[in-house]
Design a protein around this ligand. Structure first.
Ligand code: NAD
Length: 465
């Protein structure tokens, strides 16, 4: 069960940043062999500390061992391995053409590190959400301050220990703490801020960054709609939706938040969803080793309150002290129910019938774009229509969540679900500035560009530039 842990004393954030800036200015992080060694150390850190990491996740979130392995340990390990494998290619300067006016000249685009970066994470995937961006920061040659969420206290403490033990302390530091520490960090000047969390704090981060003109990447949340039409394989759709909705007890930013289902197949889908819950978590999910817990009693109580509207076809019960909320499928939910008004971020799935696809599409487009949009259909024209007529950070047809596991796809939101993207090469690009490098010699210093300008000279200049 999650435990409340006292926070460590507030660190001197300015001193931490001074150390990192000195390392960056020394050129330490620009060396490719050093970057590779840090990525290899990060990979080793995940492999050698599987037991400690999964125990911390168990303590913070009751996270099942399998989920700790796949979504946190293996995820970060694979990102670090992928970056090592491709680093040389990613960092190779890209030659590009030079127009005649600047000939002879050699134009190159170089991926340059920003400098000292700040990575602020949320509590639901306490390792993945700070270490996957860190892979990008390292690969691109940056220093980084990592601020894990104080709400996953055991994970935060372990991150601090492990990063200090495995990574170069001149370039990387974990600063633990709550909103106050986060605020103190945000008052400092960073060269890039990478934030994962809710929309409200995302605005605070962006406003703080504006004071120093620091670029921001915001990985936010919101409601992810899912459509199931009458042509879908309902059993497969139900299994995939149940898996994605109840992973980490629903505390996942890309979980399907609610399902719009064609009214003609609603009853069958509800049956299949209920069957899938029982198959995966047994008759009493509270006893299942594969079902997690809510981060704290406050959130468990918030979720319990959301159960007030609608009829639970399965679940519908909560034990606040145990941070348990049963995997719940809701039907007969009223249009103005709180469960539809906000991001649920918990194990509750409202199912909403529709008569015409126009209705869910209109509802989806009336909201700000989601981080993830899902649709289950056998009809290619329907899939194409859904993709073409909506906006979202990502869209997946006939599955949920798994797009995240492809390092070749960018992961990020649009509009209120965020800005910027990462994973795989996109992490490297996000943490790199595309620097224009033009090299010229002293030959052919044509006088045409210099004043005084005659009419003929200007005409020539305008032709060649
Ligand atoms: P949160 O916004 O409460 O906190 C995130 C981080 O911000 C924590 O490290 C916290 O200490 C810090 N923080 C809190 N208040 C602050 C303040 N006033 N000023 C500065 N920093 C502050 O978010 P959360 O509750 O930890 O996470 C849940 C949200 O995150 C959900 O909306 C979820 O969808 C979203 N999320 C998004 C992604 C993604 O990849 N897009 C991943 C996980 C979670």
């Amino acid at each position: 069960m999650p435990v409340e842990t006292a926070l460590p004393p507030a660190p001197d954030v300015a001193a931490v940043i001074r150390t990192l800036r000195a390392a960056f200015d020394s050129g330490l992080t620009r060396d490719l062999a050093w970057r590779k060694s840090q990525l290899a150390a990060l990979e080793r850190m995940m492999v050698e500390n599987e037991a400690e990491i999964s125990e911390a996740l168990k303590a913070d979130l009751g996270k099942p061992f399998g989920e700790a392995c796949t979504a946190e340990i293996d995820f970060v390990r694979k990102e670090a391995a992928h970056a090592q494998k491709h680093l040389r290619r990613w960092t190779r300067p890209q030659r590009t053409a030079s127009p005649i006016a600047i000939q002879p000249g050699k134009s190159v685009i170089e991926a340059a590190p920003y400098g000292v970066t700040l990575i602020i994470g949320a509590w639901n995937y306490p390792f993945q959400l700070v270490l996957a961006p860190l892979v990008g920061a390292i690969a691109a040659g940056n220093c980084a301050v990592i601020k894990p969420s104080e709400m996953a206290a055991q994970s935060s403490a372990l991150l601090k220990q492990l990063v200090a033990r495995y990574l170069d302390p001149r370039a990387f530091a974990v600063v633990e703490g709550d909103a106050e520490v986060s605020t103190a960090l945000l008052a400092q000047r960073f060269d890039l801020i990478f934030y994962t969390g809710g929309e409200r704090v995302g605005r605070v981060v962006m406003a703080a960054a504006a004071k120093n003109l620091t670029p921001v990447v915001l990985e936010l949340g919101g409601q992810n709609p899912c459509i199931v039409d009458e042509t879908a394989d309902l059993a497969v759709a139900a299994r995939r939706i149940v898996w994605g909705r109840f992973l980490n007890a629903g505390q996942i930013c890309v979980a399907p938040d609610h399902v719009y289902v064609a009214a003609s197949v609603e009853a069958r889908l509800l049956e299949e969803l209920t069957r899938a819950v029982t198959t995966m978590f047994g008759p009493d999910p509270k006893q299942s080793p594969d079902y997690g817990r809510i981060i704290n009693p406050r959130h468990a109580a918030r979720l319990q309150a959301l159960l007030a509207d609608g009829r639970a076809v399965t679940g519908g019960v909560a034990d606040i002290d145990a941070c348990y909320v049963a995997p719940t499928i809701l039907t007969e939910v009223s249009a103005d129910a709180p469960v539809l008004a906000e991001e649920i971020f918990g194990p509750i799935l409202p199912v909403l019938p529709y008569d015409s696809l126009d209705a869910p599409l209109a509802a989806i487009n009336a909201r700000s774009p989601a981080l993830a949009l899902y649709a289950f259909t056998r009809d290619k024209a329907t899939a194409d229509r859904i993709i073409a007529s909506t906006r979202s950070g990502s869209v997946t047809i006939n599955d949920v969540v798994v797009f995240m596991a492809n390092p070749n796809l960018p992961f990020g939101g649009v509009g209120a679900s965020g800005m910027g993207a990462y994973h795989g090469r996109y992490s490297f690009e996000t943490f790199s500035h595309r620097r224009a490098v033009l090299r010229r010699g002293f030959a052919l210093d044509a006088s045409v560009r210099y004043p005084p300008f005659t009419k003929a000279k200007l005409a020539l200049l305008r032709r060649v530039t």
